[in-house]
Write a protein that binds this ligand. Structure first.
Ligand code: PLP
Length: 454
């Protein structure tokens, strides 16, 4: 059958017959059908017609080392042969899990005590919520349970983490958010700053608004705040200067924990090993996933401070067990691949590489701010977004929202570039191994798509 064909026994027709797609307009998919990706090489993927695309999103912010990294294939194969799977419930353990935990503790941006493993970013954040509740029960503070998040945050899709996520489509008709989750302000200066307000003044105001929210809810009822260092799926929002210093001062004052969701920002993306280092976060809990294994296998991690770990030890002694864990927590093959990924980051100085190519990436990105469709070009390191607007001077969004984003997304694809439209923001988050020449190719293709959309 011809590539992309939806007749007969083609992959596309069987997709339509059998697959329920995540994050897809299911109605449109019934006519449109899928785009079948067949293979990957470096920063490129190829569809079933052989067409080449620069994967400008590293397959959902994941594939830091690009496709076809043979060392990860070897690490997986070796571990598959030796011990293909085993759990670590109770007192069982295995070296890939132990080695990876030790490595992560050594890399943590602030002193951390222990690592809990899960399989996805959602599971890591869901675990963090449970640990926070467990911790406060251990400390005899059963009322201190509410969790702060932010409008436009993205923390996952489980019942609890979709509730933390601050995007309407993740709540609507799923009967979310659950109770005890509160959404505060999004630190997007371009959209939420007042006329003439500096970034620092905006950050001060956000901290004041956070404090007012905490006082209105009752500080003794608030356990923690979740934050991505740079918001990703909410449109790549880089917080204003001084934001986290001011936010953290408020949290400290009311004994509220901070969780850094490093699922996108971790492992060099922002030009430091952790996004927390880029924005000045000192988290009590850190969650990570995606680039932990260059996306090659599903694995995520939750790192906790000693105070949290100690409280959990006490509580589990009282109860008789710490009643939480996934069958595949620290899956040995995923752990071996993650460990090899971290070794490669070190050996190839991935952070140094990001710092060396980020100026080219950011200058090409920010030059697009002059394009007639672009209201704001924002980013840091190797992550960025363009916000498309109907009127640059007044920052008026397109109506209906999302149509311009979808148009540019499709035109980029026609020009051999995969980006991600989040409403009318177009995100770029390429593999970290991208070269400067490939950055220019990426932006050449994106510019063609934007020009075609005018
Ligand atoms: N947290 C952040 C910041 C994310 O970007 C994502 C996914 O994009 C998640 C959590 C959820 O991760 P997963 O899709 O692996 O469950």
């Amino acid at each position: 059958t011809a590539p992309g064909s939806t007749v007969g026994n083609s992959a596309a027709s069987r997709d339509k017959a059998f697959v329920l797609h995540p994050y897809t307009n299911l109605h449109a998919h019934e006519t449109q059908g899928p785009m079948i990706i067949e293979r990957g090489e470096g920063i490129h993927v190829f569809d079933d017609g052989g067409k080449d695309y620069i994967e400008g999103m590293a397959s959902l912010w994941c594939v830091s080392l690009g496709w076809g990294e043979e060392r990860l294939v070897q690490a997986a194969t070796k571990q598959m042969r030796q011990l293909s799977t085993y759990h670590i419930f109770g007192h069982k353990s295995h070296e890939p899990g132990i080695d990876l935990a030790e490595k992560l503790i050594g890399l943590a941006p602030v002193p951390m005590s222990k690592v809990f493993f899960a399989n996805s970013g959602s599971e890591a954040n869901d675990t963090a919520i449970k640990l926070i509740w467990y911790y406060n029960n251990a400390l005899g503070r059963p009322e201190k349970k509410k969790i702060l998040s932010r409008q436009r945050a993205y923390h996952g899709v489980t019942v609890a983490t979709a509730s933390l996520t601050g995007l309407p489509n993740n709540h609507r008709d799923f009967d979310l958010p659950i109770a005890r989750i509160i959404h505060g302000d999004c630190p997007h200066h371009y959209r939420n700053g007042l006329e003439g307000e500096s970034e620092e003044a905006f950050a001060t105001r956000l901290a004041e608004q956070l404090e007012a929210l905490i006082l209105a809810e009752g500080p003794d009822t608030i356990a923690a705040m979740f934050a991505e260092p740079i918001m990703g799926a909410g449109g790549v929002v880089v917080p204003p200067a001084t934001y986290f210093a001011k936010i953290q001062a408020v949290l400290k004052k009311y004994d509220i924990l901070l969780v850094a969701d490093e699922v996108i920002c971790g492992f060099g993306r922002t030009g430091n090993f952790w996004g927390s280092q880029t924005v000045g976060m000192q988290p009590d809990i850190l969650t990570c996933a995606k680039q932990l294994s260059s996306g090659y296998l599903p694995i995520s991690a939750v790192m906790v401070s000693d105070a949290i770990y100690r409280a959990c030890v006490d509580e589990s002694r009282k109860i008789g067990t710490f009643g939480h864990g996934y069958t595949y927590s620290a899956h040995p093959v995923a752990a071996a691949v993650a460990l090899e990924t971290l070794n490669i980051y070190e050996e190839r100085d991935i952070v140094g590489h990001v710092r060396s190519v980020a100026p080219a990436f950011q200058s090409r990105l920010k030059a697009l701010a002059d394009h007639p469709l672009v209201g704001e070009a924002r980013g840091i390191g190797l992550i960025g977004a363009l916000e498309l607007v109907a009127d640059k001077a007044t920052r008026t969004p397109f109506d209906p929202p999302g149509r311009a984003g979808a148009l540019v997304n499709g035109l980029a694809q026609d020009n051999g570039l995969i980006v991600r439209a989040m409403g009318d923001s177009i995100a770029l988050c390429p593999p970290l191994v991208i070269s400067e020449a490939e950055i220019h190719q990426t932006f050449d293709r994106l510019t063609k798509a934007l020009d075609a959309a005018v």
